[in-house]
Write a protein that binds this ligand. Structure first.
Ligand SMILES: Nc1ncnc2c1ncn2[C@@H]1O[C@H](COP(=O)(O)OP(=O)(O)OP(=O)(O)O)[C@@H](O)[C@H]1O
Ligand SMILES: [Mg+2]
Length: 280
């Protein structure tokens, strides 16, 4: 299997305030993200998720160890442009990512900056708007759209660069439930089309939709595996300040009452089936 992103013994500390010692965010973590996979990253506030995201497209560079993106070492300055084109980033606040007054101009902004020819830009913008389901809004003013629609326009802007990987840092944090569902559906569609997805999220239900869940705590990886495997570790997750999906919490409580139920039935249907098929 080819790896999209490889962090090897990655260490990083932000420049310290005057007279203060530098506090490392990471002290030698290693993580590989397979090409074409959909990985969710979970962790409580301040554990280093956004810092890790920024290491993935050379916004931040390692203090020690290395980050390699599709074979490119992020410290190679000459590769910066190619790295940024290969790994796109989507942030929490869609308002901060809008740069133009018309949707199609906003989506065209990144490929224009990359020097893509105008004819090609047109087709990329059309394609990107279609992928996020916003083609009917091409002439609309982005600032008048809903949060979920704005976030899908921000994602379209990234798609128009034709990245191989998209890192999304809590892209649904400011959205209502409908906006969250729409953005999650868009993310899953992008992954189905072959784009590697790294989704940083606080929502257990969103992480449960990924193929793999990585849990961070205090700059370390404390759990890593399929969603069912990771969420089964209820005590570990609660110990690092995280919750578990409602389905897991229900099964966990039932187990505590002595019922021998599996903890990895994640979806509501699987959970209901596990309880139904249990002989009480
Ligand atoms: N620009 C900065 N300068 C100095 N320290 C920073 C900077 N950005 C983040 N930090 C510190 O680095 C640590 C990791 O921060 P980071 O933003 O990566 O966490 P996070 O997991 O994304 O948190 P959240 O869930 O709140 O988004 C925190 O202790 C934070 O205070
Ligand atoms: Mg963050």
């Amino acid at each position: 299997m080819k790896q999209a992103i490889i962090a090897e013994k990655l260490s990083f500390a932000y420049p310290p305030a005057e007279d203060q010692p530098a506090v490392p965010v990471f002290d030698g973590i290693s993580l590989s993200i397979e090409e074409g996979s959909f990985v969710a990253v979970l962790g409580h506030n301040g554990c280093g998720k956004s810092t890790l995201a920024k290491q993935c497209n050379a916004v931040l560079l390692p203090s020690g160890g290395s980050v390699t993106v599709y074979g490119m070492d992020t410290r190679m300055e000459a590769l910066l442009y190619e790295i940024r084109r290969t790994v796109g980033m989507v942030f929490q606040n869609p308002d901060n990512q809008i740069v133009a007054n018309v949707v199609e101009e906003d989506v065209a902004f990144a490929p224009e900056n990359l020097g893509v020819p105008p004819q090609e830009i047109r087709s990329r913008v059309e394609e990107a708007l279609r992928v996020v389901g916003m083609e009917d809004y091409r002439r609309h003013a982005p600032h008048l759209l809903s949060g979920g629609q704005k976030q899908r326009i921000a994602i379209a802007g990234v798609i128009a660069m034709r990245p191989k990987c998209i890192v999304l840092d809590e892209p649904t944090a400011m959205l209502d439930p409908q906006g969250r569902r729409d953005v999650m559906a868009t993310i899953k569609r992008l992954n189905a089309e072959g784009i590697t997805i790294v989704l940083i999220t606080h929502h257990m239900s969103e992480a449960a939709e990924a193929q793999r869940v990585v849990v961070m705590a205090e700059g370390k990886i404390v759990a890593d595996g399929k969603p069912g495997e990771v969420f089964s570790q209820v005590e570990l997750l609660r110990g690092v300040g995280l919750g578990v999906p409602d389905t897991t919490a229900l099964l966990y409580e039932l187990r505590k009452c002595g019922y021998d139920l599996p903890l990895d039935a994640l979806s509501v249907e699987e959970c209901a089936q596990a309880i139904l098929s249990h002989t009480f």
